[in-house]
Structure formats: C-alpha cells, structure tokens
Design a binder for this molecule. Structure first.
Ligand code: ATP
Ligand code: MG
Length: 363
C-alpha cells in the first residue's frame, strides 16, 4: 500500500499558531521525510461555505492567504499537491453516495459538530450542509486513498466518522476504500492550542488568535494582553500555570535553547513554572519571554511570506496545477466507487448482455 497524506484547512481566515503546532509543523516534517509517495493539502473552500453561505467573499479572500501561509511555513508545491476543494466536483459525487451510509443520529452525536453548532448559534436551525460536513471530509480523505491524516485533536471525531464510512462501504460493496489513521502532534499541548482568552481552542472563526502573518507589534500587543491567572495579582502571589494560556503556549513553543538565550537563570521550563507557582515571578516577565520566543519563530515565516506575496499569479498557478492533478486522482476513485456499487452502467458489459438476453427471452 502507498503511503499517502491528506490534510487541509478551511479558508475562513489566515492561519494561526494553533495550525502551526497542531498540523503545519507535522506536515512539513512528513513532507521532508521522503517517506510518503503522495501528499495532498486541501484548501477546504467548499466546506467553508457550510457555515458561511451568506459570506462567500470571506472565503474568496482567504484562499490566497492560506496558500501564502502554507508556502511561508515550508509546504513545497514540488513535493505536496495543494488544491482547492471546490474545483474537484468528484468530491461532491462521493459525498452524495456516502451520505447513504451514515445515520442522522450518528451525525448529531459528533462532539466537534455539536460544539461548533453551539459556537455558531446553529442549535435551533442548522444548515444541512454543515451537519453533513464530516461526510464530505470522508470524501476528501478517501478520494486520494490517504492513510495518514495529520490533525489537531478536534478532528478526531471526523477521522472516526471516515473510518466508519470506509468500513460500511467496503462491507457493502467490496473492499475499495482505504481506511485512514489520524496523526496527532507528539506534544499533547499542541493537539488543541487554546485561544488568547484561554477558553476555547484557538480558532479563526472565534478571532482569539495570533496569526502567523501578524506584524511584530501585533504579536507583542496580543501577548501582553493575554489572560493569565486572575488570582496572581502581586508579583509575590503564588500563581497557577494550569489553565494559564501563557504557560500553555510556553509548553508548546519553548525549547531549552530559547531559555538559554532569553532567560538563562532558569535551566528548564519546569524551573520557571515552579517559580511562578511559588510566587515571586511577575506575569510581565513571563509574557516578555513568550513574546521573544514567538517573535523568533514567526520572523522567518513572515519574511518568506513577503517573498511569495510578490508573485500572486504564481500562487494561483500552484493552486490551479495542484487542483488539476488532484482531480485526476479523485476521478479514478469515483470510477472505482461507481464500479464497486454497480452504477457504472455503460462499462458494465455483463449487465448490458444480461438485459439483452432477458428481453430476447421475453420475445
Ligand atoms: P474554523 O474556526 O473556521 O473552523 P480553525 O481555526 O478551526 O477554523 P480549521 O481550518 O478548521 O481551523 O483546522 C485546520 C487544521 O488545524 C485541523 O487539522 C485542526 O485540527 C488544526 N487546528 C485548528 N485549530 C487548532 C488548535 N487551536 N490547536 C491545534 N490544532 C488546531
Ligand atoms: Mg475548525
């Protein structure tokens, strides 16, 4: 079996630190490992319409932003196929048939969908397309025979749904589809980076993000305004590092080298956390450290982005070529699926001959 990766993002905004630690870093590492025959990266613009039907302009504007973020982070179009979901109509075709293999109750039970419905005030009236987007994600994954899916942990219920669809399809129509496996970041903190307010996960749709392309002053402002432990009022007060987004971000981003460079008085992050928990360490000092680390990580990404921004037609060309290549693969899968289901009537000589004989007998 070939090793094939599929991942993607919704073009509902620029990419943020959650994407960086949750998925992008893994993708670039896997891409450069040379262990994968094919890598597909989907800009899920069709999925983004399911909760933005009245604001397609937002999606139109953000496609290029997401593509620039990919390129800036090191996704290489020579090694990875970047494509636009809406340009692959075969994905709709697969979705249509997979919808029959899933119950309404099963979709309503999906914990991520439930949470996202609450965030979007969809509880009273939900667009059918939104409720069924996990099924369209199964189409995205299976269309490319992907077996490895690098994601943050909010996507686990989607991969589970895909596995169920694959099993049901294969049991019903014969082994046709490949069952995928989700790959989470090794560092648990990176599986679901919280937003700046420390509440929900960092998410484009919630606006609680530090974006990869934020200018240095913006990053600094956001870090300095971050929520910390509300009971840590005076420097001498003991503070909590749990549920404290500043420390959660430090867990996700800081290396020993960063400490050596910016806070050499601490041997490791544990020591810094202990100091905060025992009192005597101010929020401002910790936030300044986090700012230094983020500035160091994001500066080269921002610089590469600026280079790619100089040639936007080239970025559209990458998306066009990627979509063309992806469509070819997806259409091979649709053919396999239709053959397995027996709805490839015009190529089915057995069926045609049977009908000929049947009507000859009836004469
Ligand atoms: P939206 O709010 O429009 O849903 P989003 O910020 O949730 O946007 P997606 O495009 O839905 O981003 O997610 C793309 C990928 O990034 C998924 O694999 C998801 O698991 C991962 N991801 C998103 N947010 C985070 C986060 N805060 N921490 C870790 N991974 C994340
Ligand atoms: Mg999301």
């Amino acid at each position: 079996m070939k090793n094939v990766i599929l991942t993607g993002d919704r073009p509902t905004g620029k990419l943020h630190l959650g994407h960086f630690v949750g998925s992008l870093t893994q993708r670039v590492m896997l891409q450069n490992s040379g262990k994968f025959e094919e890598i597909y990266i989907e800009i899920a613009d069709a999925q983004a319409t399911t909760d933005n039907a009245d604001n397609i302009e937002k999606i139109r504007q953000n496609i290029i932003e997401v593509a620039l973020d990919y390129l800036a982070c090191g996704i290489d179009p020579k090694k990875s196929t970047i494509f636009l979901q809406s340009q692959i109509p075969e994905l709709c075709e697969l979705t249509f048939y997979y919808l029959n293999l899933v119950t309404l109750a099963r979709l309503q039970r999906n914990p991520t969908v439930k949470q996202e419905m609450k965030q979007r005030n969809f509880e009273k009236s939900i667009p059918v397309g939104f409720l069924t987007y996990p099924v369209s994600q199964a189409a995205d994954i299976t269309a490319f025979n992907a077996n490895i899916i690098p994601v943050g942990d909010d996507q686990l219920p989607m991969i589970e749904q895909t596995k169920e669809i694959v099993r049901t399809f294969n049991n019903t129509y014969g082994k046709t589809l490949v069952e995928p496996t989700a790959v989470l970041p090794e560092n648990e903190t990176c599986c679901r980076l919280p937003g700046l307010d420390g509440k929900a996960k960092m998410s484009k749709s919630l606006g609680n993000c530090i974006y990869l392309s934020d200018p240095p002053e913006e990053i600094k402002r956001k870090v300095m305004e971050m929520y910390t432990d509300p009971n840590h009022v005076k420097v001498s007060d003991p503070g909590s590092t749990k549920n404290n987004p500043v420390f959660i971000y430090l867990e996700a981003f800081v290396t020993d080298e960063h400490l050596k460079k910016y806070l050499p008085e601490y041997k490791n992050l544990e020591e810094l956390k202990n100091h905060y928990e025992h009192g005597g360490l101010g929020d401002v000092k910790v936030k300044k450290f986090l700012n230094d680390v983020l500035q160091e990580i994001l500066a080269p990404i921002r610089k590469r982005r600026e280079e790619f921004q100089k040639d936007i037609p080239e970025v559209y060309k990458i998306l066009y070529e990627g979509s063309k290549k992806a469509r070819k693969v997806a259409s091979e899968t649709v053919n396999k699926v239709k053959t397995a289901m027996g709805i490839n009537y015009f190529e089915d000589t057995e069926l045609i001959n049977y009908q000929i004989e049947k009507f000859q007998k009836n004469k």
